[in-house]
Write a protein that binds this ligand. Structure first.
Ligand SMILES: [Zn+2]
Ligand SMILES: [Zn+2]
Length: 350
């Protein structure tokens, strides 16, 4: 059992095997579910049903206990309207952005059971968010977006101030199932502090092309701005001999350590802490090693917390350095530093 650092609920975080075992039919409608409602999402929702009486039984399937995504969003919208935080003529589109708790590529609108959605909202107060989490069974957390939608959550580099969203109510821990030719992994993120990402395919294509060129399996790979660890963990699955994870944002390293644990059986590894990360500052400077990861007694990965620019001075070199900077960041400084220090390695900007 892995305890969630945000909500302490033992059911919040499951191992990768448990998630993958249940994910494939998690969101499909049962034979007794109501048909998918076809609503105009910009039309005033009050023209579709009575907002004042809308409750958790609205479009609820009595057989499977789940509701269509849009019914859940409508329930949240009705609470926002009752609190006066959305116009009474607001359409469904004004509710916010839904993030499925266990993200998985599906081609149909999902049916949702309890605690299966994290909602990102603008212009919403604490009491409203608490009412949404308290009254809408499917919503496990409400996050307030700050800044424009294009601004990434986290830090651009160690000189910048972190940009965070605010967790208003509930728990913002959720996961994505990432698929590759070598298998699947489950990547958790506490979403008010970690960049929200919808496109993992692009990253998997880059890893696939490295693999085809023979520069992944058996090699030493640096995941230089690792975030919650998607690229580096997948590199381990692709057969990298050793992966060196690094990030300067402490919440990213906390999520990475969780993801190493969640996926430990699939990767065949054990994680040994080197030092307690909770005592460290929020933004790292000179990299410090916080964990070592072993497979069959041999080192399979190391985890560093710090500024990527200093990492070449600390490690023994690598075959490939992956740099996955935010879209707004020019990675050339990192590329130059690594190119000078470690002439044998390839630097791949993701
Ligand atoms: Zn939680
Ligand atoms: Zn049903």
């Amino acid at each position: 059992m892995i305890k969630c650092q945000i909500c302490n609920n033992p059911d919040c975080i499951r191992t990768a095997e448990e998630v993958l075992d249940t994910i494939y039919d998690l969101y499909t409608a049962c034979e007794n579910c109501v048909p998918e409602p076809e609503w105009n999402t910009t039309a005033p929702f009050k023209t579709i049903t009575d907002i004042q009486t809308l409750s958790s039984t609205f479009l609820l399937c009595n057989s499977c206990g789940r509701r269509p995504l849009n019914a859940v969003m409508a329930h949240a919208l009705s609470i926002m309207i009752r609190h006066g935080e959305r116009d009474e003529n607001a359409g469904l589109i004004r509710t916010g952005t839904p993030l499925i708790y266990r993200g998985f590529p599906i081609m149909y609108p999902p049916r949702l059971g309890p605690d299966s959605l994290v909602l990102i909202v603008d212009n919403t107060g604490l009491l409203t968010a608490q009412d949404i989490v308290g009254q809408v069974p499917e919503i496990k957390g409400v996050i307030l977006r700050t800044g424009s939608q294009a601004k990434s959550v986290g830090i651009l580099d160690s000189n910048s101030r972190p940009h965070e969203y605010t967790l208003l109510a509930g728990c913002d821990m959720r996961c994505d199932v990432v698929q590759s030719a070598f298998g699947e992994l489950v990547i958790y993120k506490n979403q008010s502090k970690i960049h929200i990402e919808f496109d993992n395919d692009h990253k998997m294509q880059i890893l696939g092309s490295l693999d085809v060129k023979g520069i992944l399996a058996g090699k030493v790979v640096v995941d230089g701005m690792c975030g919650p660890g998607t690229l580096g963990l997948m590199s381990m699955l692709f057969g990298a001999r050793k992966v060196i994870f690094n990030d300067a944002w402490r919440p990213a390293i906390e999520n990475l350590l969780l993801n190493l644990e969640v996926n430990s059986a699939i990767l065949g590894v054990e994680v040994e802490p080197v030092l307690s990360i909770t005592d460290l500052s929020l933004i790292g400077d000179k990299p410090v090693q916080v964990a070592v990861v072993k497979r069959d007694g041999r080192i399979a990965a190391k985890v560093y917390f710090g500024d990527l620019r200093y990492l070449p001075d600390i490690i023994d070199g690598c075959d490939v350095c992956l740099i996955d900077a935010f879209p707004a960041v020019d990675p050339s400084e990192f590329v130059n530093i690594w190119g000078k220090k470690d002439k044998g390695s390839r630097i791949i900007v993701v």
